[in-house]
Ligand binder design. Structure first.
Ligand SMILES: [Zn+2]
Length: 283
């Protein structure tokens, strides 16, 4: 789930970029090893590090990849004859919450049972070794928190938090299976909703301010992990860091819009790449 402020023309353009690296061969393995070594060496010199993460990281936990091949968004229109982005949108939650909730429940069903993977673990573990590790994530699955990360800017929210659309009622929920098809507030009977940024909704001002504050304080290294960086607030920190001479890393099997800017690219899955980096870091 993500806001709709994205530039649709740009999205089409990005989607057409060549992004097929093919299988990793022996030479590529050597190259990957050298790249991992460079990243580990930089981490040893770093105090403040930013990890920007997206669906590719959670995909290693078995979560459906947003817009991914074989993902739940690929079938075109919903039963209501509308795109999924419209079904899971702020206006739909206001107008026909039962439709919105139907697809929220479906997303929750296919995501059930997923836990943090080695990639989440490595990012959390690095907090013990570095001064400050920040996570800017587009994922709403709460897996960074469950892995133990403490400095998280979950810019699109967290599905485990429910809130009332009218009063101040809030609650944590671990299993959406316990909820009614259209959950209502026990205090005022209004519809409740997940504390996430639905399509067509604005980003939370407080989290944006926190992101700006931390970016202004500067980082020694910036990682882009498992995201195609389609949103400007996800791509810009990487591009700005690169232009400022800050060490930048992309972890993604495919090239993306930030690929031309990064110093090192690890062209493999997030969990595998971050595990390799951690092993070299500790060696
Ligand atoms: Zn209420």
């Amino acid at each position: 789930m993500a806001p709709q402020q994205r530039d649709r023309a740009n999205f089409r353009h990005f989607a057409c970029l060549p992004c097929h690296d093919g299988p990793v061969g022996a030479d590529d393995e050597t190259e990957l090893g050298r790249a991992v070594e460079r990243v580990a060496a930089q981490l040893r010199r770093s105090r403040r590090v930013l990890f920007i993460t997206g669906a590719g990281l959670s995909a290693d936990s078995g979560m459906p990849t947003y817009r991914g091949v074989g993902g739940i968004y690929d079938r075109g229109l919903t039963e209501e004859g509308i795109p999924i982005e419209e079904a899971v949108s702020g206006p739909m939650m206001a107008r026909r919450p039962e439709v919105c909730w139907k697809y929220i429940h479906e997303i929750a069903r296919v995501s059930r049972g997923a836990g943090p993977n080695r990639g989440h673990e490595v990012i959390a573990l690095l907090e013990r070794h570095l001064g400050e590790v920040w996570v800017l994530t587009q994922n709403v699955d709460g897996l960074h928190r469950r892995a133990g990360s403490t400095r998280i800017i979950d810019i699109h929210g967290d599905v485990s938090q429910l809130l009332c659309t009218v009063c101040s009622w809030r609650r944590s929920v671990t299993d959406y299976g316990e909820l009614a098809p259209l959950p209502r507030c026990p205090d005022c009977d209004a519809v409740v909703r997940p504390d996430v940024v639905l399509f067509g909704e604005m980003l939370p001002v407080g989290k944006l301010a926190l992101l700006r504050r931390e970016l202004a304080r500067g980082f020694d290294a910036v990682f882009s992990v498992g995201t195609s960086s389609l949103f400007p607030y996800i791509a810009e920190p990487v591009v700005a860091a690169s232009r400022a001479g800050i060490f930048t890393v992309e972890v993604n099997p495919e090239t993306t819009v930030v690929s031309p800017f990064v110093e090192v690219a690890l062209r493999t899955g997030a969990a595998r790449a971050l595990d390799a980096v951690m092993q070299r870091f500790l060696a």
